[in-house]
Design a protein around this ligand. Structure first.
Ligand SMILES: Cc1cc2nc3c(=O)[nH]c(=O)nc-3n(C[C@H](O)[C@H](O)[C@H](O)COP(=O)(O)OP(=O)(O)OC[C@H]3O[C@@H](n4cnc5c(N)ncnc54)[C@H](O)[C@@H]3O)c2cc1C
Ligand code: FES
Length: 251
C-alpha cells in the first residue's frame, strides 16, 4: 500500500461545484491505468477519498469531482502536494474497434475523458450522452476532453437550456436504437442507474457503481455491495446490470 506523492498543478471550477484538479506525479504509475479504475487520494491532515482517474498522460493526472463534504471541499482548496494510492478496481479492457455508448449523469462524467483517450489508442469509438440538471453545471466539450474528443458529445439538461431537454435516461432510447453498440455503459447517481437498468433491461447495459471505499484492497469490507457477496474495490466498479439489481434496489 505505498503512497505516491503528486504535485497539485491547478484546480479549476469547470461547472457549478464541479472541480478538476491537475496533478504531476513525482513517480509514474507502474503501467497505464485502465478506464474506470480509481485512486485513493489522501489530502494531508484531512482524509482520504476514492476518485476515478479522469485523465492520465505522461505522468500528468487529472481528477474531476463534485464537492460533497469535508474531503472534497478540502480537495477543492488543496495546494502543494497530496498522496495517491492505486490504481484500484478492475477497470475496462477495451477491444480494438469496439463501439461504446456512455450515458452519464452529473459528476459520473469524471472517468469519461480518460476512457475517450484510451479508446483513441485502440481504435474504439465512444459516443457520450451527459445529463445535468441545469445550465450552470454544463462543461463544454473542449474543456472536458482535452486533446482527444469522443465521436459525439450530447448534453441533456433538465432545465432545457441545451438542445436535449430532459434527463439522459429520457434521451437515451433513441441513441441506443440508432447505434450498433458493442457496449452501453451507465454511470451516475444510484437513482439514474436503477432507472437505466430497468428501462434498458433487454440490452443489459454495464453500470459503474460507487460505494464507500476505505482500504481499496479488499481488507476492510466497507465497499461491500450488500446484499450481494461482492466488494467494489476488488471486482468493480463496472458490472452488468443483471449482476447488481439487488444492490441497486437497496442503495
Ligand atoms: C470508486 C469510486 C470512484 C469515485 N470517483 C469519483 C469522482 O471521480 N468524482 C467525484 O466527485 N466523486 C467520486 N467518488 C465519490 C467520492 O469518493 C465521494 O464524493 C467522496 O468520498 C466524498 O467525500 P467527502 O469527505 O467530500 O464527503 P463526506 O463528508 O464523506 O460525505 C458527504 C456526503 O456524501 C455521501 N457520500 C460520501 N461518499 C459517497 C459515495 N461513495 N457514494 C455515495 N454517497 C457518498 C455521504 O454519505 C454524505 O452524505 C467516487 C467514489 C468511488 C467509490
Ligand atoms: S474498500 Fe476495503 S474491502 Fe473494499
Amino acid at each position: 500500500m505505498s503512497f505516491r506523492s503528486a504535485k497539485v498543478v491547478n484546480v479549476e471550477e469547470l461547472g457549478e461545484n464541479i472541480y478538476r484538479m491537475k496533478l504531476k506525479l513525482m513517480e509514474n504509475l507502474n503501467a497505464d491505468p485502465l478506464p474506470f479504475q480509481f485512486l485513493m487520494v489522501w489530502i494531508p491532515r484531512v482524509k482520504e477519498v476514492p476518485m476515478s482517474i479522469s485523465d492520465y498522460v505522461n505522468g500528468s493526472l487529472a481528477i474531476l469531482f463534485r464537492v460533497r463534504g469535508r474531503g472534497t471541499e478540502a480537495l477543492s482548496r488543496a495546494r502543494g502536494f497530496i498522496g495517491l494510492r492505486g490504481p484500484y478496481g478492475r477497470g475496462l479492457n477495451l477491444h480494438i474497434g469496439e463501439r461504446i455508448l456512455v450515458i452519464a449523469g452529473g459528476v459520473g462524467i469524471a472517468p469519461i475523458p480518460y476512457l475517450v483517450r484510451t479508446a483513441s489508442r485502440t481504435g474504439s469509438s465512444i459516443g457520450v450522452l451527459w445529463g445535468v440538471r441545469k445550465a450552470s453545471e454544463v462543461i463544454c466539450e473542449d474543456e472536458l476532453f482535452q486533446g482527444v474528443k469522443p465521436d459525439f458529445f450530447y448534453v441533456a439538461t433538465e432545465d432545457c437550456s441545451t438542445n436535449y431537454c430532459g434527463t439522459a435516461i429520457d434521451i437515451a432510447p433513441k441513441l441506443i436504437n440508432q447505434g450498433n453498440w458493442d457496449r452501453v455503459i451507465l454511470i451516475g447517481p444510484p437513482e439514474m442507474l436503477r432507472e437505466g437498468c430497468s428501462r434498458f433491461i433487454e440490452i443489459n447495459p454495464m453500470v459503474a457503481l460507487e460505494s464507500i471505499v476505505k482500504c481499496g484492497i479488499g481488507l476492510c469490507g466497507t465497499c461491500s455491495l450488500k446484499p450481494l457477496p461482492m466488494l467494489l474495490c476488488m471486482n468493480g466498479p463496472l458490472y452488468k446490470c443483471s449482476q447488481v439489481v439487488d444492490y441497486l434496489e437497496h442503495s
